[in-house]
Write a protein that binds this ligand. Structure first.
Ligand SMILES: Nc1ncnc2c1ncn2[C@@H]1O[C@H](COP(=O)(O)OP(=O)(O)OP(=O)(O)O)[C@@H](O)[C@H]1O
Length: 247
């Protein structure tokens, strides 16, 4: 399979803090890759660097054969990379439909076409009954659905999901996992930042682990949960491998 995204030597400092240090990884087309690591590891900053919200100090981001470092977020979105935000930023007073149409307008300025496209993704994420609800009145899971719908309305090839499961209860997490699975079946390439490990294990085929801005491991979910350095830096609180003497 061809590479959708090739990241090489990505670095970003904030004053003296090296938020992302020489990070490299690739994402193949139609693959779901998870970016995990402890708080402050540099995951969201990596998303900001990939999607043009921050400019890296050094490094390269090739998306579908084109260098996108230096492009504006809008142009990166037009190139097929859409993202959600850790803290949802809908237009609160606007309805679900109007919010999603703002995404659809990227591809088509015709309001009728944009409305049609927006309705299609609203239906897909399960918000059809609430298309006229103001965004500020949505529950947490519906706000996440709206975030995804806004991103999907831009018709991306690659979707970057930043902690879309934060604050969801277990059954809502299952619904979100199901939705991500359906997107992958539709052919979308997905990069997901998430702390909910059982969700990561369910959706990701490949995992990249960051710690203090550096990549400390990458591999299949099985390789990652068995990696002692990853367990030490991050997974210790989630996975308890047998200690000496246990079977
Ligand atoms: N705009 C900024 N200015 C200064 N420091 C920043 C800025 N953005 C992020 N940082 C710092 O960079 C480091 C990496 O932050 P980042 O948000 O990328 O981590 P993260 O892995 O996404 O964490 P979390 O899991 O808590 O969301 C942190 O120490 C953070 O405080």
């Amino acid at each position: 399979m061809a590479d959708a995204l090739i990241i090489r030597g990505l670095s970003k400092r904030f004053g003296g803090l090296r938020a992302v240090q020489d990070v490299s990884f690739s994402v193949k087309e139609n693959e779901t890759v998870a970016l995990i690591g402890p708080n402050g590891a540099g995951k969201t900053t990596s998303f900001h660097l990939i999607t043009g919200f921050h400019r890296p100090d050094s490094g390269s981001v090739m998306a579908y054969g084109r260098e996108i470092v230096g492009l504006k977020p809008h142009d990166i979105c037009a190139h097929g990379l859409a993202r959600t935000f850790q803290v949802a930023k809908p237009f609160g007073a606007m309805t679900v439909l109007a919010n999603v149409m703002t995404g659809a307008f990227l591809r088509d300025k015709n309001a009728t076409v944009a409305r049609e496209k927006a309705r299609e993704v609203i239906e897909f994420v399960g918000l059809a009954a609430k298309e006229n609800t103001p965004a500020k009145d949505l529950t947490t899971i519906d706000q996440r659905r709206l975030e995804m719908a806004r991103a999907l309305a831009t018709q991306p090839r690659l979707l970057l999901l930043d902690e879309v499961m934060a604050g969801l209860n277990p059954s809502e997490i299952d619904q979100a996992v199901g939705l991500i699975g359906k997107l992958s079946q539709r052919g979308l390439t997905i990069v997901i930042v998430e702390h909910v490990m059982r969700a990561i294990m369910a959706v990701a085929r490949h995992i990249v682990v960051l710690d203090h801005g550096q990549k400390i491991a990458e591999g299949s979910p099985k390789e990652i949960v068995e990696n002692p350095e990853v367990v030490r830096a991050y997974l210790g609180s989630y996975v308890h491998p047998p200690t000496a003497g246990e079977s």
